[in-house]
Design a protein around this ligand. Structure first.
Ligand code: NAD
Length: 480
């Protein structure tokens, strides 16, 4: 007998335990070669005082397994609780979030009968690093972090996924017309990596019009790769317009571990009534089987599930008079899938799974190091002074530096202020060397900050300005 593959599972909260039982019943009936290690996460753990909903000892259990199948959890109301999902994804390095969004026309009502796409969302970076600060009475800000290795990993993953799953096109969504450095880097790396896959079509859409196209004509997309925030929002849109968020599963893949879950929440009002649809978690478990090297079993279960849908055996959330044949509960739905193991759907397209090994493709390439020169500093100042007074205080005797501009919320305030521009109490003063183009030192910045403080101003944040191989690593203010 082959050694069993260790899997961690968490039953979660709300409808979690009953949909997990249904999924495990199907996995065992199909003779999945897995060894279950149960862990506790979610509401009870939060309420025991763990701010992320997971106990430190749980990481070790998960780490010893090949994959983690996680039912939805309830995040308790009230402040101070951190997202368990974001914690699991980032702590375990699960950089890729994969969400297939498929229409099951005519068995599940949808406006987009031909939709069959996969959203691949970057999981570790962007605004989800959650680095936020309050800097003044009126201002809070967040850091959007996009890195070259982070973008390379997810974009290469998207192309490898497309190749392995025989998909024809990879589309990138970004907002690089506005976010020239962050989204600009993501787009640039997409263009670089796309060249390595000439057999796969590639295209880029600005995320706003791309999102509109996705909502209107999703059938033109195949694989879409996105930074974290756009991916979070648009993968829900895609799942919903396919028919129901209750039917979608997702995979979170890292170099050594992976986590699989339904995309819906714990639906507390439906809990304990044998009502919930286990399909989202089941399709997550199917992806898990393909990932751990059991593609045949993944295929058998997925096809049995499609046949169950096609036979009109539906839970309440997708039940429709005239389309459905029988309204069933969670357990009965699982039994119907078990009865159909080894059957294939006749009208819906049967699935075919191939195993994927991800270990090789997650290494980011080494880039040639560029010459980095310190050429200035942006100093953010919390001040209710008028612009004129602020300028007077910042302009004089700063040698070797000089004030080159003042901006407010990214709009130039000086020189050339516009009378209509609205200002708040958070100013950005930019200082560069008086001798144009000559680099400065860290000591110059420290001396400058001392002078600013001595003049009664409060700096709340600084950003050093660097050139890389002579090219600015910062952008200009609007209208600068
Ligand atoms: P939800 O997804 O739980 O419910 C939204 C709607 O969809 C409800 O009407 C619900 O009854 C229905 N629904 C969801 N899953 C269903 C299923 N499998 N079968 C039938 N109907 C289903 O979203 P919510 O109400 O916003 O959140 C409830 C709780 O879930 C919150 O505590 C939230 O923090 C948590 N949540 C957890 C996860 C996760 O663990 N991955 C994800 C989202 C929300």
């Amino acid at each position: 007998m082959m050694k069993k593959i260790p899997i961690a599972i968490a039953r979660g909260d709300g409808i979690g335990p009953e949909i997990m039982d249904a999924v495990l019943a199907i996995l065992f009936a199909s003779k999945a070669n897995i060894d279950i290690h149960e862990v506790e996460i979610g509401e009870k753990v939060y309420l025991r005082g763990e701010s992320c909903g997971i106990e430190p000892k749980t990481w070790d259990i998960i780490r010893k397994t090949k994959a983690f199948l996680k039912a939805p959890i309830t995040t308790p109301q009230g402040g101070g609780f951190k997202s368990l999902n974001v914690t699991v994804r980032t702590v375990l390095g699960l950089f890729a979030n994969i969400r297939p969004c498929v229409a099951y026309n005519p068995f599940v009502k949808t406006k987009h009968p031909n939709m069959d796409l996969v959203v691949i969302r970057e999981n570790e970076e962007d605004l989800y690093t959650g680095i936020e600060y309050r800097q003044s009475q009126d201002t809070v800000h967040a850091l959007k972090i996009i890195s070259r290795p982070g973008s390379e990993k997810i974009i290469r993953y998207a192309f490898e996924f497309a190749k392995a799953q025989n998909r024809k096109k990879v589309t990138c969504f970004s907002k690089d017309n506005i976010l020239k450095l962050t989204d600009g880097l993501f787009h640039k790396i997409f263009d670089e990596i796309a060249k390595e896959y000439p057999e796969i079509e590639n295209e880029h859409w600005i995320v706003d019009i791309g999102a509109a196209k996705l909502a209107d004509t999703p059938e033109v997309f195949d694989v879409i790769v996105m930074p974290n925030l756009y991916g979070d929002i648009l993968s829900d849109v895609a799942a919903q317009i396919a028919g129901s968020v209750g039917l979608a599963g997702s995979a979170n893949i890292g170099p050594t571990l992976a986590m699989f879950e339904a995309i819906h929440g714990s639906a507390p009002r439906r809990a304990g009534q044998n009502l919930a649809n286990p399909s989202g978690l089941l399709l997550a478990a199917v992806m898990m089987l393909a990932h751990i090297g059991e593609p045949k079993l993944a295929e058998t279960i997925h096809n049995a599930w499609l046949k169950t849908l096609e036979d009109g055996i539906h839970t309440y959330d997708i039940y429709k008079e005239g389309i459905s044949r029988e309204k069933v509960g969670t357990k009965e739905f699982a039994e119907a899938v078990i009865q159909r193991l080894n059957q294939k759907p006749k009208e819906l397209k049967p699935v075919h799974y191939r195993s994927m090994s991800f270990d090789k493709i997650v290494q980011a390439s080494k880039m040639k190091r560029q010459k980095k020169e310190l050429v200035g500093v942006d100093v953010f100042i919390d001040s209710e002074h008028t612009l004129d007074l602020l300028k007077d205080k910042l302009e004089k005797d700063l040698s070797p530096l000089s004030l080159s501009s003042i901006s407010n919320r990214g709009v130039t305030a000086w020189p050339n202020p516009m009378p209509e521009t609205f200002f708040i109490d958070n100013w950005r003063a930019r200082f560069v060397n008086k001798i144009k183009g000559k680099p400065i030192t860290s000591q110059d910045i420290l001396d400058l900050l001392k002078k600013i403080t001595d003049r009664g101003l409060e700096f709340v944040h600084t950003e050093s300005l660097f050139n890389f191989d002579g090219k600015p690593g910062y952008n200009l203010a609007q209208n600068e």
